[in-house]
Design a protein around this ligand. Structure first.
Ligand SMILES: [Zn+2]
Length: 77
């Protein structure tokens, strides 16, 4: 379910609203009742689709994954 950002042209109140794609967009400001417009934000929610996680993975990929029970390090001294 996407979150939409709205901004009121009249009182400049900004708010977010969860709604499904099928719902009509809000048209009135909950603060002053004037008309609001929906902001197109490129979507913080869309980042969830995975790229953020993959970036983290790539950064780690050079390292060995840390196993929960690691072997004791060889005593080379
Ligand atoms: Zn308003």
């Amino acid at each position: 379910m996407p979150t939409y950002d709205y901004c009121c042209d009249s009182c400049l109140y900004k708010f977010e609203h969860f709604q499904s794609m099928q719902d009509d967009p809000l048209s009135t400001c909950p603060e002053c009742g004037e008309s609001v417009r929906r902001l197109l934000t490129g979507g913080s929610g869309i980042i969830f689709k995975g790229s953020g996680f993959y970036v983290t993975d790539n950064r780690k990929s050079g390292k060995k994954p840390e196993a929960p029970k690691a072997d004791p390090p060889p005593a080379t001294d």
